[in-house]
Design a binder for this molecule. Sequence first.
Ligand code: HEC
Length: 209
Amino acid sequence: MGGPNLLRSMLSLSDREGEKIVPVILNGVQGGMPPIPMSPADAKAVASYVRSVLGTIGGQGKPPSEQAPPSILVGNAEAGKVFFDSKCAGCHSATGDLKGIATKISDPKILQNTWVAGARGGRGGARSGKPITVAVTPKAGKTVEGRLIRIDDFVVTLEMPDGTARSFGREGDSPKVVVNDPLAGHRALLPVYSDKDMHNVTAFLVTLQ
Ligand code: HEC
């Protein structure tokens, strides 16, 4: 999506305890990144996460994923199938849309990242797949629909089909805003599974050759 690679960014490489990264998160970058609404404490935690990833990089600036990671195939495929049947099968089928997923995505680590995120990471981890859209209906006026750029309690901004951006001020229920996130199901699952479930599901998905 045009953001710099944080593994090669001077700003993140020189961050010590959030003093460089936190202001970028909270204030955004002119002409590029919007401010991300979160508490300073959360922003600091994100900064320390970025530093922890940087800390795993090898000599030649290799991305961390290229350093022979320990196998993540430590789960139990049968237990994974049971979890899949109860939590995933409402939207997916092992013999339908996910048939051959382990052939399409042959690296178990990428496969795990894909199902946890619900979308294949593109370059730089930008998500591929269907975008989040939003429909805004002002009190007097027609519904406007487009890709969601940003939403908070006060403003919703969307990208119109012609590529222009439009913002609407929000006050309580006005205008009416309906967000459609194709991956809401995946996000809703995040707090549901344990690490063990996650490993089991991946072990099961790997069998879908
Ligand atoms: C509420 C519906 C829903 C649930 C529940 C759900 N998914 Fe998904 N999943 C989706 C949607 C929608 C996509 C994105 C499809 C797209 O963008 O084309 C997706 C994408 C995926 C992908 C990527 C497929 C590809 O071809 O890149 C995998 C793998 C996946 N889900 C696995 C799972 C697993 C495993 C579970 C259970 C732990 C699960 N999903 C639960 C709706 C759901």
